[in-house]
Write a protein that binds this ligand. Structure first.
Ligand code: HEM
Length: 560
């Protein structure tokens, strides 16, 4: 069962289903509602879907090289990749790769956002693709290629004739062919400064019209009915003279299920040696944005919990145990709890296609430095008679350490207008441990760079005497110098002389300038029952009404 924390799963899951980066910038919204690209009559979704196939195309099934590895980002000057759609897509994707989500993962996730945005199925994908930083071999078929050459090219990529037909039909249900990129196919409009896209079928939707129109002879597909030298879809489809492959995908349902399975094969076309993650499933309750840091007069703890299928009556509380003092680890049953400071509706086009609504509840609470926090969990009252406790399968959500903490409020974001500027990073180290610490550094990575190449760098932090100690912490800082691009993620690592390491991991420099709402008030309870869900510090059960019943029985048995 899924357990938090779990990278890269956590970041992939949240990006796929929330559709956005941790700082709120949404990739999914770029394609939502099957949006048209600018003033053209093709869609952003179509451009993104063409892009994924062209990255796949460098795969060589014989020696296992190439495939989805992000090489396409360096191949757009090739004739096989001509078209404004390709450069638009590269630019759309460029700010979203992150520590655990590669450029090639973004390319795949972009396609599932695209398909779902245009009424297609919600597809599940894996993560873990590894990017190359150089162009790969040539490999995309050109419309002018002979039938034999097109078949051989797909075979080289690992697709047989029927899979080739399926892949082309599933791709060419979206978008079309544009003048001026393909003047040999599409006739020039009267005003040649315009972009005209001749669509493959009459709809912008991800639907089976591309198939039925071909089968009943009404197709308008420009790669079938226009310039016959360039009639690549005709060359592809007529490899099966009986049309059995297209017949088998000529209903809405069979088209959808065939495309899910052939796209899955395409998405998993990666170089040998790349181990993809499991399929990334939606977690009904997902914890994120967890951070313990220093506020003005207290420590401050933040966490967000994303919950599906909530209503206006849904009520959520965060509970936690102290780390120090007489109530450490909820001794005596003492728990603290607070309400969220805000909530936001999130959700990618994939979540919408699944019919799921997602709400992210943000918690910000003051923590007394003498009490600390060692674990937290959530009590959810859905408001419809159902309650649940989200406690990480009984393990609770741990707060790993408080020896070294990032302080975003004292750190400084690089200038928004400069791509080159540095981030000023401040870490707080417990004064009681400071003398024991033999090394303090940050390991940084930026993947959203101007040249698409990940930048890694490590910096030592030095004691900053201009920042007086407070709340039992000393302050250390460093100004980064490498050009990490739009966002940077880092781990702060402190090493004690006895070899112990304390890590404040997976911090996001992109969160520096984000102002959080004021902290909520903190309540305290020693009651065994939390919010009617039967939760207690000593034991817990997570299952809604049935869990509550089991809880009542256990309480009765315990009382006897
Ligand atoms: C024989 C193989 C293929 C050939 C020769 C071919 C050729 C083309 C051409 C010439 C265009 C017009 C591009 C433009 O004007 O920007 C196009 C568009 C497109 N292709 Fe393919 N294609 C092939 C296979 C595929 C596959 C396998 C997929 C995806 C699975 C795909 C997805 C798309 C999409 C979505 C568009 C529309 C792009 C837009 O509207 O901007 N194609 N294709």
């Amino acid at each position: 069962a899924y357990q938090w924390p779990s990278q890269p799963y956590d970041d992939l899951e949240d990006f796929i289903y929330s559709g956005q980066r941790p700082d709120g910038s949404s990739m999914s919204s770029l394609v939502a509602s099957c949006k048209l690209r600018g003033t053209t009559n093709t869609t952003v979704a179509a451009e993104w879907t063409r892009f994924v196939y062209h990255d796949t195309s460098t795969h060589n099934i014989t020696d296992g090289t190439g495939g989805l590895d992000g090489s396409l980002f360096f191949e757009l000057d090739r004739v096989e990749n001509v078209g404004a759609g390709m450069t638009n897509t590269r630019s759309d994707f460029s700010s979203f790769p992150s520590k655990y989500i590669s450029r090639s993962d973004i390319t795949v996730i972009g396609t599932i956002f695209a398909v779902a945005a245009c009424g297609g199925p919600a597809m599940q994908v894996r993560g873990g693709r590894i990017d190359t930083n150089v162009a790969g071999p040539y490999g995309v078929p050109n419309a002018s290629d002979t039938s034999e050459s097109i078949v051989a090219t797909f075979a080289h990529q690992g697709f047989n004739i029927s899979e080739m037909i399926q892949l082309v039909a599933c791709g060419h249900t979206l978008g079309g062919v544009r003048y001026p990129d393909f003047p040999d196919v599409v006739a020039a409009p009267s005003d040649t400064s315009e972009t005209v896209v001749d669509l493959f079928d009459d709809t912008q939707q991800f639907d089976h019209n591309i198939v039925t129109n071909y089968l009943d002879g009404t197709t308008r597909d420009p790669l079938i009915v226009l310039n016959q030298t360039m009639a690549s879809d005709l060359k592809v489809f007529s490899q099966d003279p009986t049309n059995a492959t297209l017949q088998a995908m000529s209903s809405a349902d069979t088209f959808s299920s065939t495309c899910v399975s052939i796209f899955d094969k395409m998405f998993n076309t990666v170089p040998n040696g790349v181990n993809l993650t499991d399929y990334i499933e939606l977690q009904p309750v997902k914890v994120g944005n967890v951070q313990l840091t220093l506020g003005d007069s207290n420590l401050e703890f933040q966490a967000a919990v994303r919950v599906s299928t909530v209503s206006d009556n849904t009520n959520i509380s965060m509970y936690w145990c102290d780390k120090y003092g007489s109530s450490a680890d909820c001794a005596g049953g003492l728990k603290r709890y607070a309400s969220p400071v805000s909530s936001t509706t999130v959700g990618s086009t994939v979540a919408s296609a699944m019919g799921v609504t997602l709400e992210k509840y943000q918690f910000v609470v003051p923590i007394d430095a003498d009490q600390g926090i060692n674990k937290f969990w959530f009590d959810i009252n859905y408001g419809n008679g159902t309650t649940a406790v989200a406690d990480n399968n009984g393990a609770y959500y741990p707060v790993a350490q408080d020896e070294v903490l990032w302080v975003p409020s004292m750190s400084i974001a690089k200038s928004a207008t400069s791509t080159n500027g540095s981030w000023f990073i401040v870490a707080a180290v417990k004064s009681s441990s400071a003398s024991d610490i033999s090394g303090l550094h940050i390991d940084c990575i930026g993947r959203a760079t101007a040249d698409y190449i990940a930048v890694n760098a490590t910096y030592d932090l030095a004691l900053n005497n201009t920042m007086p100690s407070k709340l039992g912490y000393d302050f250390y800082s460093v100004a980064t110098t490498a050009n990490f691009g739009v966002t940077m993620q880092f781990d702060i690592v402190a090493e004690a002389s006895n070899g112990t390491q304390w890590i404040d991991g997976d911090r996001q420099a992109g969160l520096i300038s984000i102002t959080l709402p004021a902290a909520s008030g903190v309540n305290t309870t020693t009651s065994k029952s939390v919010g009617g869900s039967g939760e207690s510090a000593a034991w817990s059960w997570r299952h809604t009404s049935a869990g509550w019943l089991v809880g009542v029985i256990l309480v009765v048995v315990a009382a006897l």
